[in-house]
Design a protein around this ligand. Structure first.
Ligand SMILES: [Zn+2]
Ligand SMILES: [Zn+2]
Length: 156
């Protein structure tokens, strides 16, 4: 699966991955079903597709967790959500409204566009609903080049 563009996943899959990322660790599919108010069998089907794509590891009776690739991809999903909702919040929406509106279309915005918007905004370190990391937009800490995490602190 090609993951470069950021346009590979449906909105539902994006929401599941963001939720799993925010929950951390291993998450039971029944918990995902509860959270999104859908049938557990529907969740299992979607989760299995994500597992086949190599993003998740599904351990029956235990739950799902990220593969290495999945963790990286989820970082991008959170960043995209937070950059875009920051834009909306700067143009009149409340934080909550911005998050909600962006969740409807974020899966259609490419990685390249997100990185350029991030750059134009001066690489903000905080979004409305959490931290923004910059590993993908030229501000990250390439392995071995810098010690300590995020030595660069944006003000504001
Ligand atoms: Zn949000
Ligand atoms: Zn950035």
């Amino acid at each position: 699966m090609k993951r470069d563009e950021g346009l590979e996943l449906s909105p539902r899959k994006v929401e599941y991955l963001k939720y799993i990322r925010e929950t951390g660790g291993t998450v039971k599919t029944s918990r995902i079903a509860d959270r999104f108010g859908v049938d557990p069998s529907t969740v299992t089907k979607t989760i299995d597709e994500l597992a086949r794509s190599g993003l998740l590891i599904h351990e029956p009776y235990h739950g799902v967790r990220f593969s290495e690739a999945g963790r990286e991809y989820a970082e991008f999903l959170l960043k995209r959500h937070r950059i875009l909702s920051l834009v909306f919040s700067r143009f009149g929406l409340s934080g909550e409204e911005a998050c909600r509106e962006v969740s409807r279309f974020e899966s259609l915005v490419s990685r390249a566009a997100v990185d350029r918007i991030c750059r134009a905004m001066g690489h903000p370190s905080r979004g409305i609903c959490g931290e923004i990391t910059h590993a993908t937009c030229g501000l990250g800490t390439p392995a071995g080049e810098s010690m300590g995490r995020d030595a660069r602190e944006e003000t504001g």
